[in-house]
Design a protein around this ligand. Structure first.
Ligand code: M6R
Length: 609
């Protein structure tokens, strides 16, 4: 989704802004722009255009002077993808520039009022009203003008702005759209995401909703919307620059798929207690008594994180014997959900910024729920506002298609189920066996990755089909949905994930030579049922790819193609079933020449509704 970068310091700003924007590309965008203050208070230099940053770069003169500026990547919401609608936006005088993430819901009435007062608009965006409101209220104090403008806005924003009369300062503000300040030596940064600035500083300040910040190269001043000073904590960022680079891989998605043996290990790291045959998850902030009092679990998430939550539900019910429901965050937040006593809530989110998940969490908290986060991005909004939680420690996930976050999220659910299970029905022996199986997963994932060539060949043969069905049962049903999501989002092949048992209730009408079915058929208690489902498809001339356990000759005998994965206790199959599906989607997208890391219309972190 949209990205913001701001810089003030001694260095030429333009190069730093463009570099920051490139680091934000992964969020998804359709146009980009920068605005730089000329040295000594001359006119603002504004460059913006639709398309990729590589198309913006030639517009910006290499020798452009000015060491304070702002930049933006836009993901269109209000107004088409055009040069005019790209940010930053200027006021009528051309002295104020603003970049905005989020949506201003009352922009039409504001725009009409401003237009009737003589303001001239150059774009169709909701964001431009902010520049004109600041212009209206400016009388020498930029921060005050921003504060007065913000008081009129309804909706969400992360903004950064500059004024020609203040060549060494930026003003930023946040309401529902993340902003982080980077503190360097004699230089300051403002960004929507730490990835934009970690090449320059590891010292950051996270802004909260309702906060404004004024930055100069030397200092920052933070206030609330009533101008009360706020003392902010400076926090370190642990991510390294190499982690947000491709490191020899063709795409971030490929790198992230291949990182999984390590990222799964990191999600388990320091959390397994061999002696007690249980897990420790310190961040939960819950005593054993609190945990014993948990009678139900509700998991809330979106997209891939929702699929991880569904895997979690199977685990919590089967291992911990706790009733569990899983809900799509955007549905829950508008449904007036009932919060029952002794129900523990989890919000799962890789980015920690997904607006639907964040607002669902706030709604639950408002109703008195204890909500724990399962997140990847340290310092993001969901972990900061939750009542506790667990970081998955995947490292930065840059590709829009989530891969390593999924396997780390489910790792946390395995650990949590073990922890609760050991407090209830699970014996020490069963707990030890569980730990042994879980610990064996990284090596097994490694083995699947080593066989990626075969999957690439399969992708080559199947990528020209227009439709796919992904079918699984039990704990692998959400994995089938995840496989379908991966394929559709990066290859644009239409794919649906179903429970194989649902075939006969409708989707079987789609079966034929033109719709291949990918079956997840591990060696588990539902295998025979799945074999019957495969036969039903074959009887209707459907093509079948099966992901099955090594040496399963029966599956090999009936499927058209198979991908074999190592054998493991059936509880742990989701790890081994999902990796081939990630690879299949990746290679299919590659074959079709798609933009794998930044698929069309998608954003990495969905911060608007
Ligand atoms: O950051 P989150 O985990 O909250 O994101 C949720 C979804 O937007 C995300 O998983 C999305 O579905 C991915 N593109 C899936 O690959």
């Amino acid at each position: 989704m949209c990205g913001i970068i701001g810089y003030c310091g001694p260095k030429p700003a333009a190069g730093l802004l463009l570099e920051g924007l490139k680091r934000l590309e992964y969020r998804g965008y359709d146009s980009a722009g920068i605005c730089v203050q000329a040295e000594g208070g001359g006119p603002l230099s504004l460059y913006k255009r639709k398309g990729k940053i590589r198309e913006l770069i030639p517009l910006v003169p290499e020798e452009l002077a000015g060491s304070c500026g702002i930049g933006h990547t836009r993901w269109a919401t209000h107004g088409e993808v055009t040069d005019q609608n790209a940010h930053p936006h200027l006021d009528c005088s051309g002295r104020i520039a603003v970049a905005h993430n989020g949506i201003i819901e009352n922009y039409l009435s504001l725009r009409e009022k401003l237009a009737s007062e003589g303001h001239r608009f150059a774009s169709e965006t909701d964001s431009e009203v902010i520049a004109h409101l600041i212009e209206k209220y400016y009388s020498g104090d930029l921060m005050e003008a921003v504060r007065r403008a913000l008081a009129l806005l309804k909706g969400t924003y992360g903004i950064v702005c500059l004024h020609r009369d203040h060549p060494d300062r930026l003003v930023g503000a946040r309401q529902g759209s993340p902003l982080v300040v980077g503190i360097g030596h004699g230089e300051s940064f403002l960004a929507s995401d730490v990835t934009a600035i970690i090449g320059h500083t590891k010292q950051v300040v996270y802004l909260e909703d309702g906060e404004l910040v004024c930055l100069t190269p030397e200092e920052l001043r933070t206030t609330d919307l009533k101008d009360q000073e706020i003392q902010k904590k400076v926090e370190p960022v642990s991510w390294e620059l190499e982690q947000i680079e491709k490191g020899g891989f063709a795409h971030f998605m490929e790198k992230e798929i291949f990182e999984q043996p390590e990222s799964i290990k990191r999600a388990m790291g320091g959390r397994i207690d061999l002696e007690q045959a249980t897990a420790h998850l310190g961040g939960l902030n819950m005593s054993n008594r609190d945990l014993l009092n948990v009678e139900r679990v509700r998991i809330v998430a979106a997209g891939t994180s929702w699929h991880a939550g569904l895997v979690g539900m199977y685990l919590l019910e089967s291992i911990a014997r706790i009733p569990c429901t899983v809900e799509i965050a955007s549905e829950l937040r508008y449904r007036n959900p009932v919060v029952e006593r002794n129900t523990l809530h989890f919000v799962v989110s890789q980015s920690g910024e997904t607006i639907d998940s964040l607002y669902a969490m706030r709604e639950l908290q408002r109703k008195g729920a204890t909500v724990l986060g399962i997140c990847n991005v340290v310092g993001s909004t969901i972990p900061r506002e939750s009542n506790g939680g667990v970081y998955i420690h995947s490292g930065p996930e840059i590709a829009v298609a989530s891969t390593k976050a999924f396997t780390s999220q489910i790792t946390v659910f395995y650990l949590f189920s073990l922890l609760l299970g050991r407090m209830r029905d699970l014996s020490a022996d069963a707990g030890s066996a569980f730990i042994r199986d879980l610990a064996s997963i990284p090596a097994k994932v490694e083995a699947i990755l080593a066989g990626s060539r075969g999957i690439r060949e399969l992708a080559r043969r199947y990528c020209h089909y227009q439709h796919f069905l992904f079918l699984g049962r039990g704990i692998n049903y959400p994995v089938a949905m995840e496989g379908a999501l991966k394929l559709k989002e990066i290859s644009y092949i239409h794919a649906e994930g179903y429970s194989a048992s649902e075939l006969k209730h409708g989707p079987i009408a789609l079966i034929g030579e033109e719709t291949p079915c990918l079956f997840l058929v591990p060696d588990d208690g539902l295998r025979d049922k799945l074999l019957s489902n495969i036969k039903e498809v074959k009887a209707r001339r459907g093509r079948v790819i099966a992901v099955c356990a090594q040496g399963d000759n029966e599956v090999r005998g009936i499927a058209d193609d198979v991908i074999e994965v190592p054998r493991v206790h059936e509880t742990f199959n989701p790890f081994l079933m999902v990796v081939p599906l990630q690879l299949l989607a990746y290679y299919a997208a590659l074959e079709l020449g798609r933009d794998v890391d930044q698929p069309r219309n998608l954003a990495k972190s969905v911060t608007v509704e």
